[in-house]
Design a protein around this ligand. Structure first.
Ligand code: AMP
Ligand code: ZN
Length: 469
């Protein structure tokens, strides 16, 4: 079967031919881990999970390697840790950063798992690949593509002639777009950071040595992280590189410049999903117009309903999350579940497969599921739905205990009061232990401005697991 994918690099739909059919390789930019994933962040996960399923089906489960990183060194992570410390969290900045990153990765796994996504084969954390990043920066400097200045290493954009090819922009356009930061240590405002100095309390590692001078303690820039992790796990040249459209420039343009300047061609096919929008604007943390995947799950919306809504729109089109779509997806899945009952899943329907192989035409695949349902092809419906990550395992409606029993309510209230007291007495270890105990019992604890604490029960809530007040 032929797979066709739209390649951002060539702006055409191309027949996909892997470099090595026994090792098909895909890299997707993962989240920066400082907070819960918002709904928009889940879109690339579902899109590339669908592609991963197609590749596994076509070439074999063992023949596909999917890498999705965690960016666990980033200024936004440092900012979040500083804010938490100002609000009374105890520990060094580095401890707070590490624990928050680990906590966020756990949330990410449970939220993305609830949407029916498979785990990638590798999920590297950027901080585990610092020496590879340092090595790459030194290599770039030796070849004249990078220079050191005031503790920074910078990429010399005008040395790389193909710069702008992916996003189709000229260097003049990019400067006019003013997304470039002017800084005294830059030879050219377009040059981007490969390495920057850290203060004593910020996370830092020994930096690259350029022209015999060590840059000293610092941390990598964001773009070099993905170049180094993909090279380490997939090699210099691999098949597919994906991510959201917002990453096309500058992030992916810079990844290409770094990796190709080191010598070898980089990813062959580049794919970008369009944005999830709220009232015509990209859903994003910086715009404040977001809600999290967990918010929806906590409202009792099943993960597969969210997945179904995502699959109903082609990845290359912007989409909105609406109440109407949620309702329709819920009804459809409920109907199909009842129709399938205990019946065994058959093979994936050829038309479903053909739709997905045609540049991930997920909406076409769903149309076909409706036809299978109408025709009463239960085995085909069940097998095809499972291939798309739907209707397998969990029920359409997750039971969420919205009504707390009086006993649970008074026990949770007592714990929240005890946590407030502990904070007032500056016993932050105890306050954190109480919060962790609540979370372990399936209670989400949300600290709102002004010291207001809200609690929400998750589907895992177990009154037996509540700690003693
Ligand atoms: P970040 O943690 O901001 O680096 O984003 C992680 C992933 O989510 C990237 O692939 C982004 O392109 C993607 N992303 C962020 N916002 C949206 C959105 N509103 N719609 C779709 N994808 C998004
Ligand atoms: Zn990346």
């Amino acid at each position: 079967m032929q797979i066709k994918l739209t390649n951002t690099l060539t702006r055409t739909k191309e027949v996909f031919q892997p470099i090595d059919e026994t090792n098909v390789r895909m890299y997707v930019c993962g989240p920066t881990v400082y907070d819960r994933a918002h709904l928009g962040n889940a879109r690339p996960v579902v899109v590339f999970d669908t592609l991963y399923r197609l590749l596994r089906h076509t070439y074999g489960v063992e023949q596909v390697t999917y890498v999705r990183n965690f960016t666990d060194v980033d200024d936004r992570i440092n900012e979040t840790a500083r804010t938490r410390r100002e609000n009374g969290a105890k520990g060094s900045l580095e401890d707070l950063i590490y624990s928050r990153a680990t906590e966020t990765i756990d949330w990410y796994h449970s939220d993305m798992g609830a949407l029916g996504n498979l785990l990638p084969d590798h999920e590297p954390r950027a901080t585990e690949y610092i020496s590879e990043m340092v090595g790459m920066i030194e290599d770039l400097a030796n070849k004249g593509f990078a220079y050191g200045a005031e503790g920074h290493a910078l990429f010399r954009v005008d040395r790389y002639a193909e710069y702008g090819q992916l996003s189709g922009r000229s260097v003049e356009d990019m400067i006019a777009g003013a997304r470039v930061e002017v800084a005294p240590y830059k030879e050219n405002p377009m040059d981007f950071v490969l390495w920057k100095p850290s203060t004593d309390e910020e996370p830092g590692w020994g930096g690259p040595t350029i022209d015999g001078v060590s840059l000293g303690r610092g941390r990598p820039g964001w773009h070099i992280e993905c170049s180094a992790m993909s090279k380490s796990l997939l090699g210099d040249t691999f098949d597919i590189h994906g991510g959201g459209l917002d990453l096309q420039f500058p992030h992916h343009e810079n990844e290409i410049a770094q990796s190709c300047a080191c010598g070898d061609p980089f990813a062959r096919v580049w794919m970008h999903n369009e944005m999830l929008q709220v009232e015509g604007k990209k859903m994003s943390k910086s715009l404040g117009n977001f809600f999290t995947v967990r918010d929806l799950l906590d409202q009792g919306i099943a993960g597969e309903v969210i997945r179904f809504v995502f699959l109903s729109t082609h990845y290359s089109k912007p989409m909105d999350w609406t109440e109407k779509k949620r309702q329709e997806a819920t009804n459809t899945l409920k109907k199909w579940r009842a129709q399938i009952g205990e019946a065994a899943a058959g093979d994936v329907d050829p038309k479903v497969l053909a739709a997905i192989a045609d540049d991930l035409n997920t909406a076409g695949a769903i149309t076909r599921l409706h036809e299978l349902s109408k025709a009463g092809d239960i085995a085909g419906l069940a097998g095809s739905a499972a291939f798309l990550g739907l209707l397998s395992g969990e029920a359409t409606t997750v039971e969420v205990p919205t009504e707390m029993s009086d006993d649970a309510k008074s026990r949770i209230d007592a714990l929240i009061d005890a946590r407030k007291d502990a904070k007032a007495n500056k016993d932050f270890a105890r306050a954190d232990a109480i919060r962790d105990g609540l979370i372990a019992a399936g209670v989400d604890v949300l600290d709102k401005p002004g010291g207001v604490v809200e609690v929400a029960l998750t589907p895992d809530f177990d009154v037996q697991k509540l700690p003693k007040a």
